[in-house]
Write a protein that binds this ligand. Structure first.
Ligand SMILES: Cc1ncc(COP(=O)(O)O)c(C=O)c1O
Length: 405
């Protein structure tokens, strides 16, 4: 087991600098064990597993398969063939829209999206809807930034064919009850596409218990490297779907005029994969497992409670976050543009995000253009939040005289 006490020391970028990093929702920092594993791969193991008949090549293939099994276990997939490696969550979610959506939707069908969806699980479905003349309906949120049951009951109907929902909102921190949404979706014969990208670094997700049909996420938000994503899909659905990308590695036989495709998961993994990244991702999963979700959830719940309490004390701050353990908290400083605040914080070595967070429909729904956003990782401390609060007070004090209320 890994102790969370001195965990910051395991992250070279944080250990060797005095920055306060509160932007893990954009990408998490990488522990040394992950960086070392990638370095070791390139220094001692590098080979392409595609049809290589030599030991080095076979070993890389075996390592990738091991990581696939680790990922399957991590989200409780029935088997490793249901895990497809992609370059990120966005590609995973596009794969579903293109391969499942384009083949299965027709005029008049309905796609239900939560208004909280990141553009990655929204724009691909808009394109499907436009091409197939299907309709998009949204699950709107209430004043607590949660999807009320009445929305689920009203919007998911016998015309619904696909329901897309994220496990945790990357803007509001809302944890959605995907199990309940999936139950309703399945009762009308629709499939569920879950976006776990913001959730899986913070809370466990069980694809069998929730019974989602597809799920996508990125390694880089869970202490793993950039350039690796995961698509989980139920085997019976993946088997019926056409490949998304064509080329090497995903074929069985190629003739002059036609091709037969490889079995799962290869059918969806065209070309050479980011092998070092996948193997580094395996080290990131080990890292998370060694800490354990229980400890991660406990620490981050304490942090978010503390951050919410501190921010609430600032009369010049408006908060947009669920009350229930948000790992992500959006807020604004009254009368100062979020980009200005973020730049001023940067000058104080505090990294936080400002913008629309790739969730423009949500921000429009909330009547906002952009927000500031803090998000936590296992390395964050109460001192990080104290530094943020102190800096916000200083910034506001400096600006106060120019502000007309
Ligand atoms: C909820 C959510 N979904 C999808 C994505 C897209 O992830 P990626 O850019 O790694 O594909 C993000 C990234 O911020 C996200 O927060």
């Amino acid at each position: 087991m890994r102790d969370l006490k001195n965990i910051k020391n395991e992250f070279p970028l944080l250990r060797d600098s005095d920055i306060v990093y509160l932007d893990s929702g954009a990408t998490s920092q990488k522990p040394k064990c992950v960086v070392d594993r990638i370095q070791r791969y390139y220094e001692k193991e590098n080979a392409n597993p595609n049809h290589g008949a030599y030991k080095l090549s076979i070993k890389t293939g075996e390592e990738v398969q091991e990581v696939r099994e680790k990922v399957a276990k991590f989200i409780n997939a029935k088997n490793a063939e249901e895990i497809i490696f992609t370059k990120n969550a966005t590609e995973a979610l596009n794969l579903v829209a293109q391969s499942y959506g384009m083949a299965n939707l027709k005029k008049g069908d309905e796609i239900v999206l939560s208004i909280m969806e990141h553009h990655s699980n929204l724009v691909p479905w808009q394109q499907v809807a436009l091409k197939k003349k299907a309709k998009i309906n949204y699950l709107y949120i209430d004043k607590n930034f949660e999807i009320p049951e009445s929305e689920i009951e009203k919007k998911i109907t016998k015309n619904t064919k696909v329901v897309c929902v994220l496990s945790v909102s990357n803007v509001l921190g809302t944890h959605n009850n995907i199990e309940k949404i999936a139950k309703k979706a399945h009762s009308v014969g629709a499939i569920v596409v879950a976006d776990l990208t913001q959730g899986v670094a913070h809370v466990p997700f069980d694809v069998q218990k929730t019974d989602v049909d597809f799920a996508g996420f990125s390694a880089h938000k869970m202490y793993g490297p950039l350039g690796v994503g995961v698509l989980y899909g139920k085997r019976e659905l993946l088997e019926k779907m056409d490949p998304f990308l064509m080329g090497g590695s995903m074929v069985e036989y190629v003739y002059e005029q036609k091709t037969t495709f490889a079995e799962l998961p290869k059918k969806f993994e065209a070309g050479t994969q980011n092998l070092a990244g996948i193997i580094g991702f395996g080290a990131a999963i080990d890292f998370m497992n060694e800490i354990g979700y229980k400890a991660i959830t406990k620490k981050e719940a304490e942090l978010s409670k503390y951050a919410l309490a501190c921010l609430k004390k600032l009369s010049f701050v408006e908060i947009y976050a669920t009350k229930n353990n948000p790992a992500v908290i959006s807020f604004n400083v009254k009368n100062i543009h979020p980009h200005d605040v973020a730049s001023l914080l940067d000058a104080k070595k505090i990294c936080i995000r400002a913008g629309n967070h790739c969730a423009q429909p949500l921000l429009r729904f909330l009547n906002l253009d952009s927000t500031l956003r803090i998000s936590f990782g296992v390395y964050n401390t109460k001192e990080d939040i104290d530094a943020l609060v102190k800096a916000l007070v200083e910034i506001y004090d400096k600006f106060k005289k120019y502000i007309k209320e």
